[in-house]
Write a protein that binds this ligand. Structure first.
Ligand code: GLY
Ligand code: MN
Ligand code: MN
Length: 434
């Protein structure tokens, strides 16, 4: 609880008398009476730890005592018999360490009071239409009181300037949770490699990954695991995972779990039969060299674009050396010739969301890394069948992805324990007797 209070205190400093409104994630119906798995809104979880739908946090504003207020579902014996225990209004203030708690049903009535004389409201418009409508209606109600000397908000601003800036700098509890998510995800990758063999189906590896996540207590995957064999490895967000793995193919596995709402995001590519073919190995070595070179430059003060630039240069050099690109490396980099084989960025922010919040560019310039930022470093090469090169390269897809914490003095690869040297990978594949 202290952690949440500390985050709110830091945020209150930025908010001043602005009011922040954060709503729970809505429950989405899948079909009939079946719901999609529900996950709390990351911002609301970050600031309260509350894991109930139909809840709202107000932070800041003009109220002299109520700096943090929650609206939650009231206790309900009948509903709780079906859906489980609720925190309830009576317990919420003490349990969450906030100044006041009200039933969610009173939000529409009470919100205008909390908005009176507030100039700026921080709220994420466009995600939950019912909440948008309720908020705009509340502002309208304050406007109708202007003749009484109350002024209504004149700006609604996106929380990316406040909450999301805080979320970029991971506090020690978050780093700890991310370490655990990474550790479990490493186990999952190792178990997927262990069951991999020609004749297996991609979903068998996926099952092994999901089993490992849950068996370790991870709440859920941070994103649907990708298991791409052979040409499927060249499909960036391959999801079906239903292909039979054939002898001599590479398997690309991109999988990470979520623990305490913190994500891991890891990719390894390995040979299904336990030995790289020469073409596969040659391309793999290029991606690995690019990844190591890119990780090498991660430290405070370095722009995120620089990490990408280093990866792109190494990839281009390798592609020229192998004959997949022709020409002078600088010119090819300049022209973006690598995009035929490498069409995504090298890094993204990682945290509560796998593609985490936070600005990538500040005043038009690539953001400089700071201690506490966590990024992925994930170069790849994807030679689709029919690509403009010798057909012996066709159908090879490779990505290597690690999670990297920026530290005071440089960087720490959180996922360093997951093998990526070719000989080590070859040893990990198919090692489970079954
Ligand atoms: N797993 C999604 C990504 O690597 O960005
Ligand atoms: Mn990623
Ligand atoms: Mn990934």
């Amino acid at each position: 609880m202290a952690t949440y209070a500390e985050r709110r205190a830091r945020l209150l400093e930025r908010l001043g008398s602005d009011l922040l409104v954060v709503a729970a994630a809505p429950v989405a119906l899948r079909n009939a009476s079946v719901e999609h798995p529900w996950r709390q809104d990351s911002d609301l979880h970050y600031l309260t730890g509350l894991v109930e739908p139909e809840s709202v946090l107000l932070l800041g504003g003009k109220h002299p005592e109520h700096r943090a207020v929650v609206f939650v579902r009231p206790r309900d014996e009948e509903r709780e018999r079906w859906d489980g225990e609720r925190l309830g209004v009576e317990r919420a203030a003490a349990a969450l360490g906030v100044d006041a708690a009200f039933p969610i049903g009173e939000l529409a009535k009470r919100l205008p009071d909390y908005m009176a004389d507030v100039r700026r409201v921080h709220y994420r418009l466009g995600r939950v239409p019912a909440m948008d409508a309720l908020l705009l209606e509340a502002i309208d109600r304050v406007r109708s009181r202007e003749r009484l000397g109350v002024s209504a908000p004149v700006e609604i601003v996106d929380p990316r300037l406040t909450v999301h800036e805080l979320r970029m700098r991971k506090d020690p509890e978050e780093v700890e949770a991310m370490r655990r998510a990474v550790a479990v995800s490493i186990d999952a990758h190792l178990s997927a490699m262990a069951v991999a063999a020609p004749g297996r189906y991609e979903y068998e590896l996926e099952a092994e990954i999901l089993r490992t996540f849950r068996a370790a207590g991870a709440e859920r995957p941070a994103y649907p695991p990708i298991v791409g064999s052979g040409p499927n490895a060249t499909v960036l967000h391959h999801r079906r995972n239903d292909r039979r793995i054939e002898a001599g193919e590479l398997v690309l596995v991109d999988a990470g779990c979520e623990i305490e709402y913190r994500a891991a995001d890891l990719t390894r590519t390995f040979p299904a039969s336990g030995a790289f073919r020469p073409e596969q190995r040659a391309l793999y070595d290029v991606v690995l060299a690019a990844q190591l070179a890119a990780i090498e430059v991660v430290r405070p003060g370095v722009a995120l674009d620089e990490v990408h630039r280093v990866a792109v240069r190494e990839l281009t050099r390798g592609l020229v050396a192998l004959g997949l690109l022709e020409g002078d490396v600088d010119g090819l980099v300049e022209r973006g010739a690598f995009k035929t084989y490498y069409m995504h960025r090298t890094s993204h922010w990682l945290g509560m969301d796998v593609h985490d919040v936070g600005a990538y560019y500040v005043e038009g310039r690539s953001r400089a890394l700071e201690p506490g930022f966590v990024i992925t470093v994930e170069p790849g090469l994807y030679v689709v069948p029919g690509a403009p090169c010798d057909p012996r390269w066709h159908g090879i897809g490779i990505r290597i992805e690690d999670d990297v914490l920026v530290t005071e003095s440089g960087a720490e690869v959180l996922s360093a324990a997951l093998p990526k040297e070719p000989a080590d990978l070859e040893r990990c594949v198919g090692r489970r007797a079954s």
